[in-house]
Design a protein around this ligand. Structure first.
Ligand code: NDP
Length: 404
């Protein structure tokens, strides 16, 4: 057998209400392939039942039996931000780190410098911006993610939030749960989306899925991306292409953000860009919190330049308890849940297992899963990311105090 690996896996906490004794549904649908034909994660076997809670610490991504039977060590913790966290204590001799974007273990340059044995950083999900990619490149660390595993999960969430904002669903629900029935209050900010201009920034796996799902609402669809979609897709969806983000936002009522966070997109939605939007626009951001300037978003919600903001990504994660978005008006944010439905968990847990099986047996990891390899951007990373670092400021996550 090869070298003994020490695998450090950072997952979010178990439910404060206790682990589910019974699930809401008996099973999840079995999918054969992703919409573009990419094959589903294909490990040799799995040790969990799809549909179980795998992403919190007790679930261990269903990996313990396999890792220990293979002669390796697995450490699972949610303690990642406090000074001298369990993550920091184990990092110096860890060879593999697994982390989910929902509860990211920020692998900053300082942490990478303290992890001389680290060879592989696996994102159990999509989006490896919590890793200082520049530093991973310089230290020959392989970075990979489970491409496509939760793209459709996020697209569904984005559509839900677009409709929730425009129809103003959340305040209406609150009227019901508070025992009230004041229809005039409930509808005073509620519109139909039919006929509106709806655009996505980035028409990759998620962005394109959002466009397809919005088409039946009879809206006018727009997009901007670094690479243009095939003409047949543009014609099918009746898309208007915009060469830059300025043109996109000037011509839309709703903008949904779907590009990765990398140095080009960090704080892209700042005061200047938001001021170019139509008054009363809506932004949905399920991509990464840092693509938006948090103060600019809040100011625009307060002034009415934005009629609403939703999404579920923050920076850092968890955000400090007094993060300005928590109390901003007219928002419909969730705590980074879009890509970690029970359905998505089954796919990314299988994908992580597939990656580990490859790594342990010396086989190459699928190109589509690779972000960094051999000292440069690789695979999906070479197509969708630019080198650099976007982890600056992540230490603020230590300011979050769980109230439970
Ligand atoms: P894809 O790689 O399929 O799509 C990303 C798209 O972004 C590509 O089309 C890429 O263009 C485009 N892009 C990159 N930079 C820019 C830019 N500066 N301006 C315009 N477009 C740009 O990834 P997915 O659609 O699967 O995921 C997108 C992002 O969503 C992830 O990186 C992640 O941050 C986030 N995500 C969030 C999740 C959640 O739980 N909320 C879960 C999964 C993903 P091109 O390739 O043409 O250069």
């Amino acid at each position: 057998m090869g070298t003994k690996e020490k695998i450090l896996c950072v997952l979010y906490d178990d439910p404060v209400t206790g682990l589910p004794k019974k699930y809401a549904r008996n099973s999840i649908p079995k999918l054969d392939k992703y919409p573009d034909g990419q094959s589903m994660p294909s490990p040799n076997s799995i040790d969990f039942t799809p549909g179980e809670l795998l992403g919190s610490i007790s679930g261990e991504l269903g990996l313990r039996k396999y890792i220990e039977n293979s002669g390796h060590e697995l450490i699972v913790t949610s303690d990642k931000d406090a000074k001298d966290s369990v993550f920091d204590q184990h990092l110096p001799d860890a060879t593999i780190v697994i982390s989910q974007p929902f509860w990211p273990a920020y692998l900053t340059a300082e942490r990478i410098a303290k992890a001389p044995n680290l060879k592989l950083a696996i994102t159990a999900g999509i989006g490896s911006d919590h890793v200082d990619l520049q530093s991973a490149i310089e230290n020959n660390i392989t970075v990979c993610e489970v491409t496509y595993c939760n793209s459709i999960s996020v697209a569904e969430h984005a559509v839900m939030q677009i409709l929730s904002l425009v129809r103003d669903y959340i305040p209406q629900y609150k009227w019901v749960t508070s025992g009230g029935w004041n229809i005039a209050d409930a509808v005073s900010r509620s519109y139909d989306i039919e006929g509106m201009d709806v655009g996505v920034l980035a028409a990759g796996r998620i962005g394109l899925a959002v466009l397809k799902r919005m088409k039946p609402f009879d809206v006018k669809l727009h997009y901007s991306d670094r690479h243009r979609l095939p003409e047949s897709v543009e014609t099918d969806l009746n898309l208007t292409y915009h060469e830059n983000v300025e043109s996109l936002v000037e011509n839309c009522d709703v903008v949904s953000i779907h590009c990765p966070l990398h140095p080009e997109t960090e704080h892209l939605f700042n005061e200047e860009l938001i001021s170019k939007m139509r008054r009363g626009s809506y932004i949905v951001n399920t991509a990464r919190g840092k693509i938006c300037d948090k103060d600019a978003i809040t100011k625009a919600l307060e002034s009415g330049q934005l009629a609403g903001y939703a999404g579920d990504v923050w920076f850092p994660q968890p955000p400090p308890n007094d993060h300005i978005w928590r109390t901003a008006p007219n928002h419909a944010l969730t705590p980074h849940t879009s890509g970690t439905s029970l359905s998505a968990q089954a796919r990314y847990a299988s994908g992580v297992r597939e990656i580990l099986e490859c790594w342990f047996s010396g086989k190459s990891i699928r190109d589509e899963y690779l972000i960094v390899q051999g000292g440069s951007l690789a695979g999906t990373g070479a197509h969708s990311y630019s080198a650099g670092n976007t982890t600056k400021g992540s230490d603020e996550a230590s300011e979050f105090k769980s109230s439970n």
